[in-house]
Design a protein around this ligand. Structure first.
Ligand code: ACO
Length: 323
């Protein structure tokens, strides 16, 4: 017998304001056609003035708790993956804890940029496996619109705001790959590549800064590393691409998503794609896609899901889980 961290609830929240590509044509030398064909993005949501990452996170968390049929009292720990917290400290996670009315347990943030939700899943899984928590609320929430340089057409058209959440619960399993729950985690980073995707500000510089990216360079790393980490996650648990029901990738660019699926030799019919509607929501993109994929009736109990992401750092990784 072994302990498994099983997904028992999922939910998401998107800010009300939807911004279609055409809106950028008014202020930038760009077109809907360029954005669509280069990235697959058609629209994204932007948070309202005063609407912060913790607000989005709480809304998604409530929906995940409802989906699980649980209340905040049932939760032992909250992990929030974000690079855009409300404040430098306290953590967004403790803000979520307070807004949910939760007075017990513990809460903390994880910052691994676009790979944040994969890192959060890995950490939440470890907490459950170690017996430190029975139920963990894992949230990815971002307001990337707050770190865009609106004069930089090569970045500001690509990102959006949103949040997604899942509830993981300790269940006993047999220890083989038929078990429901997280089956394997593969995490990687290589700080030598920090210059190709970063924010040029931070606490120590007394500025918030803006996102800067060498898009072509990030692209070059993405397909290769995402395919490798997905294969590694499958290998760790003795599974192959033939066993995969759904790939749920980080939603940065449809060309990266297609390139990775091709390298893995997995047809696009088995890939959940939301990038057209959400843009790149960094750490929120995977839980958003999991939630939408379930809502659309795609991801069902017992399905083998491989979820993978890469982002600033570079940091990247994958999780294989049975839904
Ligand atoms: N509208 C019109 N033209 C533009 C725009 C725009 N919004 N942005 C850039 N261009 C121009 C460039 O200036 C360039 O012009 P030039 O050739 O005269 O210099 C031309 O378009 C081509 O630029 P490239 O960067 O070569 O375009 P590319 O086909 O590589 O697409 C993109 C750019 C979409 C950023 C792509 O490289 C990409 O998606 N990279 C991955 C980066 C990513 O998704 N990062 C997200 C964070 S990390 C992650 O989540 C994986």
């Amino acid at each position: 017998m072994t302990t498994r961290a099983v997904v028992v609830g999922v939910g998401h929240y998107l800010p009300e304001r939807i911004v279609p590509n055409a809106e950028f044509e008014k202020s930038l030398d760009t077109t809907d056609e360029w954005i669509r064909s280069r990235s697959g993005i058609e629209r994204r949501h932007f948070a309202a003035e005063g609407e912060t990452t913790s607000h989005l996170a709480v809304a998604a968390a409530k929906r995940a708790l409802d989906d699980a049929g649980l209340t905040p009292d049932h939760i032992d720990a909250i992990v929030v993956a974000t690079s855009t917290p409300d404040l430098t400290f306290p953590s967004a996670a403790t803000m979520v804890q307070a807004q949910l009315g939760m007075t017990r347990g513990f809460a903390f943030d994880i910052q691994a940029v676009c790979a944040g939700f994969i890192y959060a899943l890995g950490n939440a899984n470890a907490l459950i496996m170690a017996g430190q928590a029975e139920r963990v609320l894992v949230i990815g929430a971002e307001t990337f619109s707050r770190i865009m340089d609106w004069t930089d057409r090569s970045t500001c058209v690509l990102f959006g705001d949103g949040a997604g959440a899942i509830v993981l619960e300790a269940r006993s399993g047999t220890g083989n790959s038929d078990d429901r729950g997280i089956l394997s985690v593969d995490l990687n980073s290589d700080g030598r590549h920090r210059d190709i995707l970063y924010v040029d500000g931070g606490v120590s510089t007394q500025t918030v800064g803006h996102l800067r990216m060498e898009g072509r360079e990030v692209f070059r790393h993405a397909v290769e590393k995402l395919a490798a980490t997905s294969s590694a996650a499958l290998e760790k648990v003795g599974l192959t691409k033939a066993d995969v029901d759904w790939i749920v990738p980080h939603q940065a660019n449809i060309r990266i998503i297609r390139g990775t699926a091709k390298k893995l030799e997995i047809p696009m019919e088995k890939v959940v794609v939301t990038v057209q509607d959400h843009g790149n929501t960094s750490a929120a993109s995977i839980p958003l896609a999991l939630s939408v994929g379930k809502q659309q009736g795609k991801i069902r109990e017992g399905d083998l899901v491989v979820t993978e992401a890469i982002g600033g750092g570079l940091a990247w990784g994958a999780v294989a889980l049975r839904w």
